[in-house]
Every structure is written in C-alpha cells, then in structure tokens.
Design a protein. Sequence first.
Length: 130
Amino acid sequence: MKHHEVVAAVIQNGDQILCLQRGPSKYHYIAHKWEFPGGKVEPGETQEQAIIREIHEELGLQVDVRAAFLTVEHEYPDFKITMHSLLCTPAGGELVLTEHVGYQWLPASGLLSLDWAAADLPIVDKLMAQ
Ligand SMILES: Nc1nc2c([nH]c(=O)n2[C@@H]2O[C@H](COP(=O)(O)OP(=O)(O)OP(=O)(O)O)[C@@H](O)[C@H]2O)c(=O)[nH]1
C-alpha cells in the first residue's frame, strides 16, 4: 500500500483555527471533507519547509511555525499517511483559496460542526481538549 508523509498546519489566529474544505476527489472518503492546509513532504524537505511551501501555494499566506502538535498514522482504503500537524500563526499575505472549495475560521469548541477527514479527528480531539 502506498504511504505518504504529510504535513498539516493548525493555523491559529487568537482562538480561531483555519479549516479548509477539499473539493471532489477520486477517493470518496476524502472528497468534500474538511482538513488542515498542507500536503505531502517532498524529498529533501524538512516538515517546516514543506508546510511553509504548501501554505504559500494553497492559500497565499506566510506562516510562522511555532511547535509540533501531533503525529497521526492513518490507513485509508487505498493508501496510508503519516501526518505531522504543526501549530502555526499567520505572518502575512491575504488568504486566497487555490485548491480548496471553502474555509472557516472556528474556535476549537466549534470544530466538530465540520465533517473532517478521518485522519484529522485525533488532531481535532486534542485541540478541543486544550
Ligand atoms: N493537507 C492535508 N492532507 C490531509 C489531511 N488529512 C488527510 O487525511 N490528508 C490526506 O493527506 C494527503 C495529502 O496530500 P495532498 O493531496 O494534500 O498533498 P499535495 O498537495 O502534495 O498533493 P498532490 O499529490 O496533488 O501534489 C491526501 O491524501 C489527503 O487526503 C489534512 O488535514 N491536510
């Protein structure tokens, strides 16, 4: 089974957290699900370099990476991921969606109002517990 190393940013602006909605996908179980911005780590990149690149590509934002948050191993029906979530704060730029179909800024207490990708649920749980 294919395995991907993924980084995901929990971008916190005060108590608000940036949540993004994926569009259609060939995999029904991730199509239209909510997730954190990020993507696959490319060969030779650190997690921090990967998240900074992905956030710039996907959202046109600069971020500062503050801390590692939680690493999740998740197996979907067709592939598995190791996803490293990193706590980030906005550091410039105007949010423009280039790959996603929607976004919401929500406090941790509101995160479960969204239909999250399965791999994200441990991250959501940890954010809600803090
Ligand atoms: N970015 C991101 N990906 C996630 C999250 N949760 C989750 O299951 N994933 C999965 O992790 C994988 C990340 O790949 P991606 O498609 O976003 O990465 P990428 O931008 O490098 O994609 P590409 O292969 O089209 O170049 C996808 O299969 C995605 O469904 C999340 O919170 N953020």
